[in-house]
Design a protein around this ligand. Structure first.
Ligand code: SF4
Length: 973
């Protein structure tokens, strides 16, 4: 007789079991953030529908049927033993962190939350903080926070790539990934900087494959050659945090060689605009304005001045027949000295020679010169012309759309440094000099971008915005344009718990999630009461200084109360963070819920037009799991948040699906979360009355709505009158004004002037004036990342960075047995020369030390990393017991986190604490740490360090891993 252990596996090619039914349902993947379309094959043989197979949806515009390893493995996420299945409350009398919980009902859960949150809302709403991880519902979570009345809200962007978003949006009005990308259909040269295989994964792979087959040349600039870089025609290794210096040198070479697109630069950027050079003036560094010019938006006049090359005098910018000087210095009729912005850029980069950049970056000067030459000549000599007529903002008719086929892509490798904002400003300017913005073969926007520079939403202006039982007067996150927009008090001190939008990080458009726990623990700027975390593993890989942050979560005041009194965690899995919760809310998986990837948030638009998508449930929720969206809508009703109740006080929405269909940005605006099948009959796109059948229509159409614009609206959208008028009509833009590229940033200069006490109304506190004046430079510049500046580089000679593993999405897949077969532990990858110099063997145990801490890990030799850098995959190392892994799992025995070596704070110039972040945006400086390495002693334990005590399994999670290990494509009996 065959024992159960030796029974043959189910034969996936065999006939379905007698009586079983099969079905294929369409929804959207969420094994990473890319949102590919999927078809889920289900079989029901009496035990309810079960997933048998997931395939890519060939009819989906984003992935066109392609599915990656993660997407295929969604089946194992669905049936993970780490799934939470019921609401849990920390047992009375037990210590936080010990993992002792009791199941409670949703009724009790809501009563606990309602009682606590209604008290906070009625007394001091900012004592409630809501921070979320890589969720895809920030339009809803942000609305909830605003309606609650707390400014203490943000999602993962501040510790991910806010520098990329802000650096580009403050320059060209758009950004990479969701909001724009390279046009690899027509590009001939593609330069990828600081990108592993992560953002825009499947679409990028498909585009790259086609690009290479078409003979395109692909250059990867990165300290590490992995992921996409592995298939590059050329890898240019660079030291981490120095990309800005390389880009400054490339700009210098293009200007010196005259290899920039002069026509594009003069017409579409502010390069020709005259800048006040009177140092004694309060307007020093500001653009000269034409008092009779076109004032469309009082904050963003389009009434600037050019120095006309023929007439030799100042004229209104874009005056018919005029052509501006880009170089020189002039005097206005009243004697004010002025220079064109481009002259100032040339002066800025004059000293950024390739030799200067070689010293900083490690890239040979000759290579830098050749690269600049190649880009410039390719852009100039291989230009593209499409027979598409269009009209520009100033009424000029163009018979064709032109393009220069040099495309770029960059992400976190450029962004996650404390000098990232200025490096990304430099990249945006380089792309603009080559004439590649929203043109064929270059960078293309995706709706809702391009947006105004900066976009119109402003954060709350200070303490007056926060009132009991009252929504905030502005969304909690926004775009700062002047010092008056900062969220500070009368003394200039921060109002948010993460100090976002303060003088320390004025343009922190996505908040500073990595400082929330530390600030709340310290009570700086004030203590909070309730911290709600959603999908954010803040006790492990989503925090810097992990060991200390875990102590902060359990630290108590003198009166015995926790310093952060109440922590609510909503997640689908038992992560490291659930152990620190007072209340755990079990979320659903992506296969069990509705979701809207909304135009109000981060849609999946294509270059040719707006595109949004949804998820619909293909399975019922497991146990008592409830989508967080439903939790928020229910709580909003119970708390009587105005946007969620009717005039009579009754609930406006029956639940999340009803909310998504019926919510409008303003009464009767016709603009809601979804753009497809609007209007009573579902026959309108983008704008229209709510349609009660909207979900069904998405479900019947591959869960995606794609609106393709006419070709004459698809390019040059910053200045394309037809597009701009249409975009205003459908609500994508507020104002009808051109979106000028800001080679020179007046917004930055306003902050510098404020720091100098010159006429901006507000001045930073004295201790921050030098910081603001230094980093708020209206032109890009390269500086050493702040942590590097304060590191002993002789003692810690190496840079250490992480990448997201391509087979897993951060920590999400540690419980996935299919993906664990690819990675169950991580190595520190070290160039053999570097490792051998320290006597470290390939595969041997080693120590990595920074000024903040140390870890013991395994070494792997790699030629694919420049010798001054070491790196590892992020989030594979696990704490024992988390994710339902056994205590002997590789993830905790051999895996490690680099986070232990990275501090969330640095010492400021005046000896205080400041975030380890970009001083402009607050972007977490993940990649700035300096380390040294040494071999572990032979008699040391063969185990990674530090280790943490094991977390007990939570009630409701599967305690064992039974037959599903043998599950191949069918349930074994
Ligand atoms: S790239 Fe892979 S994991 Fe990400 S959404 Fe697409 S199929 Fe899913």
């Amino acid at each position: 007789m065959t024992s159960p252990a030796t029974a043959p596996l189910h034969d996936p090619t065999g006939d379905p079991a007698p009586g079983s039914t099969t079905e294929v349902k369409t929804t959207t993947c969420y094994m990473c953030a890319c949102r590919c379309g999927i078809r889920v094959h289900l079989r029901d043989s009496g035990q309810g529908p079960q997933v048998r197979y997931i395939e890519g949806n060939p009819d989906h515009p984003l992935n066109k049927g392609i599915l990656c390893a993660k997407g295929s493995s969604g089946i194992m996420k669905q049936y993970s033993p780490a799934r939470l299945t019921q609401p849990l409350k920390r047992k009375a009398g037990t210590e936080r962190g010990s993992g002792q919980y009791e199941p409670i009902s949703w009724d009790e859960t809501f009563l606990i939350l309602e009682k606590r949150l209604s008290h906070l809302r009625a007394t001091d709403p900012k004592k409630f903080a809501l921070f979320t991880g890589r969720d895809q519902m920030q339009a809803l979570t942000g609305l909830f926070a605003r309606q609650f009345g707390t400014p203490n809200y943000a999602a993962h962007g501040g510790f991910c790539s806010v520098n990329m978003a802000a650096g580009m949006i403050y320059t060209i009005g758009g950004s990479f990934w969701e909001f724009g990308g390279p046009d690899l259909e027509r590009a001939k040269l593609f330069v990828m900087i600081g990108t592993a295989e992560d953002h825009h994964s499947n679409p990028m792979k498909a585009m790259l494959s086609k690009f290479k087959r078409n003979g395109g040349r692909f250059i990867a600039i990165n300290p590490i050659r992995t992921g996409y870089s592995a298939i590059a025609d050329e890898w240019i290794p660079i030291r981490p945090g120095t990309d800005g210096a390389l880009i400054m040198a490339l700009i210098r070479e293009l200007i010196t060689l005259g290899l920039y697109d002069r026509d594009f630069v003069t017409r579409y950027t502010n390069a020709g605009q005259l800048v006040n050079q009177d140092e004694a003036s309060d307007d020093f560094g500001m653009m000269m304005r034409n008092p009779e010019g076109d004032v469309i938006n009082p904050l963003r006049h389009h009434n600037f001045m050019w120095w006309d090359r023929e007439q030799g005098k100042p004229v209104a910018d874009h005056a018919e027949g005029s052509d501006p000087r880009l170089f020189g210095e002039y005097a206005m009729p009243d004697g004010t000295p002025v220079k064109p912005a481009f002259q100032l850029l040339e002066e800025r980069v004059r000293s950024c020679t390739p030799e200067w950049a070689e010293e900083i970056t490690g890239v040979p000067a000759a290579r830098i010169r050749a690269l600049a030459h190649e880009m410039g000549v390719m852009a100039r000599d291989q230009s593209i012309e499409l027979p598409i007529a269009w009209t520009d903002f100033w009424g000029r008719k163009h018979k064709s759309v032109k393009g220069n086929p040099v495309a770029f892509h960059a992400m976190r490798g450029l962004a996650a440094h404390s000098n990232g904002f200025q490096s990304i400003r430099a990249l945006s300017i380089l792309m603009s000099l080559l004439g590649t913005i929203d043109r064929p073969g270059g960078f293309r926007h995706k709706a809702p971008y391009p947006r105004a520079v900066p976009p119109n939403a402003r954060p709350p202006k200070g303490p007056a915005s926060i009132k009991p039982n009252t929504p905030l007067d502005a969304p909690p996150l926004g775009w700062v344009e002047t010092p008056a927009d900062l969220c500070v008090d009368d003394q200039g001190q921060p109002v948010r718990i993460d100090k976002g939008f303060s003088w320390e990080y004025p343009f922190s458009a996505h908040g500073l999630m990595h400082n929330v726990i530390t600030n709340a623990w310290r009570g700086d700027p004030y203590p909070i009461d309730t911290l709600m975390l959603f999908m954010a593993n803040m006790a492990w890989n989503s925090t810097m200084n992990t060991s200390e942050v875990r102590k902060m979560l359990v630290d108590k005041r003198e009166d015995g109360e926790y310093k952060i009194p109440f922590i609510v965690v909503c997640d689908a899995f038992q992560s490291e963070t659930t152990a620190f919760a007072d209340l755990i809310l079990p979320d659903t998986t992506y296969l069990e819920r509705h979701d809207a990837m909304s135009m109000l948030d981060r849609p999946i638009s294509e270059y040719d037009g707006p595109c949004d998508s949804v998820r619909v449930p293909v399975l019922p929720p497991l146990g008592q799991c409830k989508p967080f969206q439903e939790v928020l809508v229910e709580l909003a009703g119970r708390l009587h948040l105005p946007a969620f109740i009717n005039a009579d006080g009754g609930r406006k929405y029956k639940g999340y699906t009803d909310f998504i269909v019926n919510y409008e940005t303003a009464p009767g605006s016709g603009i809601g979360f979804l753009t497809g099948w609007r209007g009573k009959n579902g026959d309108q796109s983008l704008r229209g009355e709510p349609n009660p059948k909207q979900w069904e229509q998405y479900a019947a159409n591959n869960c995606v709505h794609h609106y393709s614009m006419p070709p004459e609206h698809q390019y040059m959208r910053n200045w394309n009158r037809g597009y701009l008028e249409w975009a205003q009509k459908v609500g994508l833009r507020r104002d009808l004004d051109p979106i000028t590229i800001h080679i020179y940033s007046e917004f930055m200069q306003r902050f510098r002037l404020a720091a100098q006490g010159k006429g901006q109304g507000r001045q930073p506190p004295e201790a921050l004036r030098d910081r603001v004046a230094t980093y708020f430079d209206p032109l890009p510049f390269w500086y050493e990342p702040l942590e590097v500046q304060s590191s002993d580089k002789a003692a810690y000679p190496l840079a250490a960075v992480t990448q997201r593993p391509m087979a897993m999405y951060h920590s999400w897949d540690s419980q996935n047995p299919w993906l664990r077969q690819i990675h169950s532990h991580n190595f520190l990858f070290v160039n053999p020369k570097t490792a051998q110099a320290q006597g470290i063997e390939d595969g041997g145990w080693m120590w990595v030390e920074s000024q903040w801490g140390k870890v013991r890990c395994l070494c792997r030799y790699s030629e694919a990393v420049e010798p001054g850098t070491v790196w590892t995959w992020n989030a594979i190392g696990k704490s024992k017991g988390a994710w339902s892994l056994t205590d002997k799992a590789d993830e905790s025995e051999k895996g490690f986190l680099l986070n232990h070596l990275i501090s969330e704070e640095l010492t400021s110039a005046n000896g205080g604490k400041v975030s380890n972040a970009d001083p402009i945006t607050g972007q977490a400086g993940w990649y700035d740490v300096r380390v040294r390495i040494r071999a572990a002693a032979k008699d040391e334990a063969a185990q990674s360090w530090p280790q943490f005590s094991s977390t007990p399994a939570l009630p409701g999670t599967a305690q064992t891993v039974p037959r599903w290990r043998a599950w191949f494509a069918g349930i074994s009996k």
